[in-house]
Design a protein around this ligand. Structure first.
Ligand SMILES: [Zn+2]
Length: 277
């Protein structure tokens, strides 16, 4: 189970106060791990660094917002406070924040560009789509039967015919949901925009890798290898397969071998789409 604390933060722009849910425990068990570094797990809820102030609606960074106090979950439940909860930054807002260049450091630019990259890749995450349809299937199984009979009665047709009709309707609805999430970002998430985002992210990660490598004087710790994995993945998604394979050659740690092999195989088969480990 994930437990939370509730810090009260102060907006660095308007000084308004807001509360943010922050997980204090969590893990990635039963998680899905993707080649672009995105993790989806029931007990994994990493803290959002970019926030939208509920008072002045400006983008602010959590690290730059002063912490006033921290409620435990219990204290928060018993407290009568009119302090607003902070809003999660939506997919479309990440694109908006990027276009407004809201970062103050390379680290923040990397954070934002990575979220934009992940958001775009969400449209192609196969496991997520399957997971969604499994959930839908359970819900549909219960409601379909009732709906089928209702439809048959109201349209004066056979139950079997109604079943086909209803299944088609669900297919249309599921497709519409997918289209809606694409429509939400379609005006900004053009292929040109995404390539430009990945190229700039690549540049930033290469600089970061060089910086860390110099700092650790060749004695590479796990973090630089994780960076290398991300760099290789961006090369692959950009279709620069040889650069991808060459980058993976620099990975030395055993713990990254499986992931490197999967990314290498995808590159060797000319696959540019996000995959899973
Ligand atoms: Zn504010």
């Amino acid at each position: 189970m994930t437990s939370y604390c509730m810090p009260v933060l102060k907006c660095p722009i308007c000084s308004g106060q807001f509360i943010i849910y922050s997980s204090v425990s969590g893990n990635t068990s039963e998680g899905m791990f993707y080649t672009d570094g995105y993790i989806k797990a029931p007990m994994f809820d990493p803290v959002d660094e970019l926030l939208e102030c509920p008072e002045c609606a400006q983008y602010i960074w959590r690290a730059e917002s002063e912490e006033i106090k921290v409620y435990s979950e219990n204290e928060y439940r018993n407290e009568t406070t009119d302090t607003n909860l902070v809003n999660k930054v939506s997919a479309k807002k990440y694109f908006d924040a990027l276009q407004k260049s809201v970062w103050n450091s390379n680290e923040q630019e990397i954070y934002l560009r990575t979220r934009v990259w992940w958001t775009f890749n969400d449209l192609f995450r196969k496991d997520q789509a399957e997971g969604m349809s499994k959930q839908l299937e359970q819900y549909i199984a219960i409601s379909l039967d009732k709906f089928r009979h209702l439809t048959a009665n109201s349209m004066a047709i056979r139950v079997d015919d109604a079943e086909n009709l209803v299944e088609n309707l669900w297919f249309v609805q599921h497709t519409l949901e997918r289209i809606n999430s694409i429509v939400d970002i379609i005006d900004v998430a053009t292929p040109e925009f995404m390539v430009a985002n990945q190229e700039r992210l690549l540049e930033l990660l290469l600089a970061e890798y060089k910086h860390i490598s110099i700092k650790t004087e060749g004695n590479l710790v796990s973090e630089p290898e994780n960076l290398l994995l991300q760099i290789a993945e961006i090369y692959r998604e950009l279709g620069r397969f040889q650069d991808c394979v060459d980058t993976l050659k620099n990975l030395t740690k055993e713990e990254y071998r499986n992931k490197a092999n999967i990314i290498r195989k995808l590159a060797q088969s000319g696959d540019c789409q996000v995959g899973s480990f």
